[in-house]
Design a protein. Structure first.
Length: 400
């Protein structure tokens, strides 16, 4: 490592980094020696010379450095990436030996900041969020080929977060031919995933454990699955014995895939769809006086920054209020939040407020988080973003 590319960190900012957080923000940088461009590797030292680590640098991003190693003897090269990728893969193979779709690399949670790799049967999907990972996507694809021997590797580097580092959206093939629908299975439910056009990398793998929970509570239930995407929550409810499922989403493509998956599993007679905005459909269902035993809410993030948290809280509160009005006494609400900017206590406070405003007392049945193939680092709260709760509407009832 050339001494000419060194980022000097203000001493007052050192404790957070020493405790394990891999991000160094631009306002924490005292000075930079040398001319380092976006995605290049730099050393990080305290003013005074103490070595703190090496990582990807970006001169124009809020996150100035993403640390990759804290070992002075460890180089940032293909050997490092191979070790990290192999460690992440072995963990999933032990954790999920019978699962055909899972997150193989969870960015900072696997000490590979700015990189996500998801596995769908014999296909991989790669997402790069940082300039450093983006510049190395070809070498990363070659390492993944060696480790996994996939049929194909799809690139889904289309997150809005890339704009923060001046990166364009990119979707296409890194290895192999363009895949059609990829068949997978989740707890006996057969699904097909569109890796090039589906949500995120093709599907929402982080809700696996929460879908299992919903399935256990779905027997005989009339189920409303709002923001259903490709319908996985509702399909697991149907597999758990739900009497009927109404899947709601604004995307006609998502609803078409949900219907196809319902047919694939023999659920068509118990599965219907309705296109529209989630809150607006909830309001229409209220006018129709249609009631449900289980309402599932899995909305997209309502905020991507701290400054919009107040608006997001109001949106969640309204959503929960409308959902509770659809429940009969004894009915259940399954709800989730995928924004790390919304604290867990803040999110569940919106459920409490909705309970008070609708006069429907709730019993807290269970709480959840993202599935364990999305590991959370205790010193990096951003890696723990998903909040999930299952609530039962008290038989004491309330106002409609």
């Amino acid at each position: 490592m050339s001494e000419s590319r060194t980022v000097h960190l203000r001493k007052t900012r050192a404790p957070r980094v020493r405790q394990g957080h891999p991000w160094i923000f631009s306002n924490e940088v005292a000075s930079v020696d040398g001319d380092a461009g976006p995605g290049e590797v730099v050393e990080v030292r305290l003013v005074g010379g103490e070595f703190l680590g090496r990582g990807f640098y970006h001169p124009h991003s809020l996150i100035a450095v993403r640390l990759l190693t804290r070992d002075p003897a460890e180089a940032v090269d293909d050997a490092l990436f191979r070790r990290r990728l192999e460690s992440a893969l072995r963990y999933r193979e032990r954790l999920l030996p019978e699962v055909s779709a899972y997150r193989m690399v969870h960015g900072e949670g696997d000490f590979l900041p700015g990189l996500v790799v998801d596995r769908y049967a014999d296909h991989l999907v790669l997402q790069a969020f940082s300039a450093g990972m983006d510049h190395r996507r070809e070498s990363l694809a070659a390492l993944l080929e060696e480790l996994v021997s996939p049929v194909a590797i799809v690139e889904r580097s289309d997150s809005p977060l890339r704009a923060l580092e001046g990166l364009p959206s990119r979707v296409g093939m890194l290895r192999g031919g363009e895949p059609g629908p990829v068949p997978i299975e989740e707890d006996g439910v057969k699904l097909e995933v569109d890796l090039l056009a589906g949500q995120k990398t093709g599907a929402f793998l982080d809700q696996r454990e929460n879908r299992r929970l919903v399935r256990r509570h779905a027997e005989g239930a009339r189920v409303l699955d709002v923001f259903c995407h490709d319908g996985w929550f509702g399909l697991q409810a149907a597999a758990g014995g739900a009497a009927e499922v109404l899947a709601v989403d604004a995307s006609a493509d998502c609803l078409a895939r949900a219907q196809d998956n319902a047919k694939r599993n023999g659920f068509s007679s118990r599965h219907e769809v309705r296109q529209g905005d989630g809150v607006e459909v909830l309001q229409r269902l209220r006018k129709e006086r249609r009631r449900f035993d289980l309402v599932i809410l899995d909305p997209p993030s309502f905020t991507r920054s701290r400054k919009h948290v107040p608006q997001a809280r109001r949106a969640y509160r309204e959503l929960h209020r409308e959902a509770l009005r659809k429940l009969d006494p004894g009915g259940q609400l399954a709800t989730s939040c995928c924004s790390h900017h919304i604290r867990e206590d803040t999110f569940f406070e919106t459920v409490i407020q909705a309970s008070h405003e609708t006069g429907r007392p709730l019993q807290w049945v269970a709480r959840g988080m993202q599935s364990p193939d999305h590991p959370v680092l205790l010193d990096v709260p951003e890696t723990g973003y998903l909040k999930f709760g299952l609530f039962r509407c008290s038989v004491a009832g309330g106002r409609s």
